[in-house]
Design a protein around this ligand. Structure first.
Ligand SMILES: Cc1cc2nc3c(=O)[nH]c(=O)nc-3n(C[C@H](O)[C@H](O)[C@H](O)COP(=O)(O)OP(=O)(O)OC[C@H]3O[C@@H](n4cnc5c(N)ncnc54)[C@H](O)[C@@H]3O)c2cc1C
Length: 424
């Protein structure tokens, strides 16, 4: 049983672990020189309904990656506007921890390897092909998982955003994203709201060293600092274009919200540097990600694959997907839960077993099914979905799915008949 996972963001890492736990030989392929993709610059976990989803996964036996992240957090149980009980992992140190963990579990990893073509036989993928430097590579497998995300290449950021802002995905250096589903002939969808196709990433990173001592001390001790933006400068804040609508609240328009994720995470998609430097304490501020954070940010959510609730891509027999590729799902938590299910079902497919569809009495199952249905409507394509806020968190609360009591969540998982399912 050989599972090939293309794209090593959080979704690809989780899919690899999950397929490996089911006994498959797993190869995880990544075009850059590091794992985690956009997870190299994020860091916020467990805020609002992400707490519930995380505990559900732990109760289902799919919690190892969450536990690994919990161990690498700089701050736990912090609150920032609209977001209680958040954890912040250290983006500077997380990647090698995950890499070592996956290797220990027996997954094989190929970095700096960009897949750019697929070999098909009827409606099955036989192999993926690409390049590692100048060397041509070919990997055959029984099942494939597309976790290539939806961000980049630079042409997309130019067409739908403000151009390449030199983000962590480093497309000009490693070559841009290539979608496996699209290469297999699948018609992909784009998120759209009014005239905007896709959405802009919603936060930047500032070098902590470039901030005042007072700000750094507050971030180190509390994890969060809220700095009011003078009314005359608030027109520079762009929230409507943000991918993460859970942070498009008035508080984020009137204040700079800074979070300590190793660097100082600034919760706005971009902000002109000269204007930023007018704020006391930020006079010497410098962007760490994206490097041109004064001008723009990456554009995402162009290129999502149609899929069912087992996360199988419609139209290709042996292709699964997860993370942003599986829909307008924003976040690391969302990528890890879908990755875990896709990895699990890829092995069930090879074994000719019935795929697992998670019950909608759990937030994870409900979100996977709800987002799939929403993606089929024009209105639904205008939203982004996350356990941590906006439309999906509202739904969680309405359906009584939101809980921050691990015992209650564990019981709910047991009642749904899926306790420990990812360990079987
Ligand atoms: C600036 C920023 C800040 C964020 N902050 C947070 C946060 O604090 N908390 C949170 O929960 N979420 C955050 N998010 C959102 C979150 O990072 C993503 O929604 C989630 O991690 C997506 O994971 P993914 O695995 O689906 O995709 P990605 O992270 O995009 O990973 C896809 C991977 O596939 C690789 N790839 C693409 N094509 C190929 C190919 N052809 N061959 C080989 N490899 C390929 C890419 O290089 C990349 O590593 C943030 C996003 C951004 C951009």
């Amino acid at each position: 049983m050989k599972v090939i996972v293309v794209g090593a963001g959080w979704a690809g890492c989780a899919a690899s672990l999950s397929a490996r736990k089911q006994g498959a030989e797993v190869l995880l392929i990544e075009r850059t020189d590091m794992l985690l993709g956009t997870g190299l610059v994020g860091g916020i976990m467990r805020n609002n309904g992400r707490f519930t989803a995380t505990e559900e996964m732990i109760a289902m036996g799919g919690g190892e990656i969450f536990q690994l992240i919990d161990q690498n957090c700089l701050h736990r149980g912090i609150e920032f506007p609209g977001h209680p009980h958040a954890s912040l992992y250290n983006v500077a140190t997380m990647e090698p921890v995950v890499k070592r963990f996956l290797l220990e579990k027996g997954a094989q990893i190929r970095l700096s390897t960009r897949i750019d073509e697929v070999e098909m036989k009827e409606s099955r993928i036989q192999a993926v092909t690409g390049k590692r430097g100048e060397e041509k590579v070919r990997f055959a497998g029984d099942a494939f998982i597309d976790t290539t995300g939806t961000a980049g290449p630079p042409g997309q950021c130019t067409k739908y955003g403000n151009g390449c802002a030199m983000c962590i995905l480093r497309c000009p250096s490693f070559g841009g994203r290539v979608s496996i589903a699209a290469k297999a002939g699948v018609q992909e969808t784009a998120g759209r709201k009014g005239n905007q196709i896709g959405a802009m990433s919603g936060s930047c990173k500032l070098f902590k060293e470039s901030l005042s001592r007072e700000i750094v001390n507050t971030l180190d001790t509390k994890g969060v600092m809220v700095i009011p933006i003078p009314a005359s400068l608030q027109s520079e804040v762009q929230l409507s274009i943000k991918a993460c609508q859970q942070y498009a609240l008035p508080e984020f328009h009137e204040n700079f919200v800074l979070l300590d994720t190793g660097h100082a995470k600034l919760m706005t998609p971009f902000f002109p540097l000269e204007v930023l430097r007018k704020i006391p304490g930020l006079e010497n501020a410098r962007y760490e990600d994206p490097y041109a954070g004064g001008l723009g940010n990456s554009i995402r959510y162009v290129g999502m694959a149609p899929r069912d609730d087992a996360l199988k891509v419609i139209g290709v027999d042996n292709l699964f997907c997860a993370g942003e590729k599986a829909g307008l799902l924003v976040g690391h938590t969302e990528a890890i839960v879908t990755g875990t299910l896709a990895g699990f079902n890829s092995v069930r497919y090879i074994k000719k077993e019935k795929p697992l569809i998670l019950p909608t009495t759990l937030s994870v199952g409900d979100a996977i099914s709800y987002v799939r249905a929403q993606m089929e409507t024009e209105e639904g394509l205008g939203h982004k979905y996350t356990f941590s806020g906006s439309v999906y968190f509202d739904r969680m609360k309405q359906k009584g799915l939101y809980s921050i009591d691990p015992k209650e969540i564990e019981k709910r998982v047991e009642t749904a008949g899926v306790a420990g399912i990812f360990l079987q």
